[in-house]
Design a protein around this ligand. Structure first.
Ligand code: MG
Length: 160
C-alpha cells in the first residue's frame, strides 16, 4: 500500500451580480459572489488541486484551462467528479480531505455541513472524511479588505 498527500490553494475576487458558490453549495442571500472563468468555487478548486497534487497529475489550470470555452461558467463539482475519475483510473482512492476557507463575510459556518456533504458525495467518501474549516484574515490583506475569498486544501490518497 502506498499513501500520498497533496496541497491546494485558490482565491477568487468578489463581484456584483455573481452567485457565491463554495464547496458546490450556493450561499443563499449573499450580496456578492466570486468571479472567474468557471463558477469560481475557490474551495472546490483548492480540493481539486490537492487531489491532483497527491496523484501527481499537475494542476487545475492544466486540466481545465481558463482559455477554453468548454469551462466557461463550469460547475466546479463536475470538474471535481472528473478529477476523481482520473484518480481512480490511476488506482488511487481518496482517504481524507481537509480544507480551510478564508473569508471575512458572509458567515459561512451555517453552510459547513452542506459543503462537506456535497464534496464528500462527489468524491465518494463519507462527510466525516471531508473537513471544512472557516477563518477570517483579521482584516489583513485582500481577504481582510473584503476583496475576495481564499481557500486551502489537503488531500490524502492511497493505492493498494
Ligand atoms: Mg479557481
Amino acid at each position: 500500500m502506498s499513501a500520498r498527500s497533496g496541497i491546494g490553494y485558490d482565491s477568487h475576487r468578489f463581484a456584483e451580480g455573481r452567485r457565491l458558490v463554495l464547496g458546490g453549495v450556493e450561499v443563499p442571500g449573499a450580496e456578492r459572489g466570486l468571479i472567474g472563468h468557471s463558477d469560481a468555487d475557490a474551495l472546490t478548486h483548492a480540493v481539486i488541486d490537492a487531489l491532483l497534487g497527491a496523484t501527481g497529475l499537475g494542476d487545475i489550470g492544466q486540466h481545465f484551462p481558463d482559455t477554453d470555452e468548454r469551462w466557461r461558467d463550469a460547475d466546479s463539482i463536475a470538474l471535481l467528479r472528473e478529477v476523481c475519475g482520473s484518480l481512480g483510473e490511476h488506482g488511487w482512492t481518496v482517504l481524507h480531505v481537509d480544507s480551510t476557507v478564508i473569508c471575512e463575510a458572509p458567515k459561512l459556518a451555517p453552510h459547513r455541513d452542506a459543503m462537506r456533504a456535497r464534496l464528500a458525495e462527489t468524491i465518494g467518501i463519507a462527510p466525516l472524511d471531508v473537513n471544512v474549516k472557516f477563518t477570517t484574515n483579521e482584516g489583513m490583506g485582500f481577504v481582510g479588505r473584503g476583496e475576495g475569498i481564499a481557500a486551502l486544501a489537503n488531500a490524502t490518497i492511497e493505492r493498494r
